[in-house]
Design a protein around this ligand. Sequence first.
Ligand SMILES: [Zn+2]
Ligand SMILES: [Zn+2]
Length: 168
Amino acid sequence: MIIDVSNFIDGETREVSFSEKVLIPENYCVDNNADVKVVGEISNEKGKFHFTGNVLASLCLNCDLCLKPFYVELKFIIDEIFSDDFSEVDSENDFFHFSDKKINLAEAIISGILFNIPMKAVCSDNCKGLCGVCGHNLNEGDCQCDKTYVNPKFEKLKALFEESEEEV
Ligand SMILES: [Zn+2]
Ligand SMILES: [Zn+2]
């Protein structure tokens, strides 16, 4: 994801494409590497570098319902300015920093991935989730549990209810 800009004249635009693995810094899954394809272009705009591109990232998430790892594909656009002038890289300016004439797109791509990860990640629309009693993955078949099971919090209420029934 590194672009060498040492021989890049002002006003010049170059096409850029990468296909690499990027390490996602958060622990979403067993596999923290995302397969990332980036196709875009970078322009030298008076010493600042403007990158725009399409990103296709395939990464592993754990299903919110059944907890199994599964892969999602995220598609998004990145449009970022890179500056090597430290004085411009502050909270008010939305630049990514680079140094040594080398622009590393990884940070911009990782923030794009984190921003685009779905709030609710479900392996399939038909995911049945886990059994609330034994934790069995119901996508792999049914378990023997009594699905009329009552949460222990409500056991006392249930007992009270049954007592009052007996008295009748
Ligand atoms: Zn699932
Ligand atoms: Zn069960």
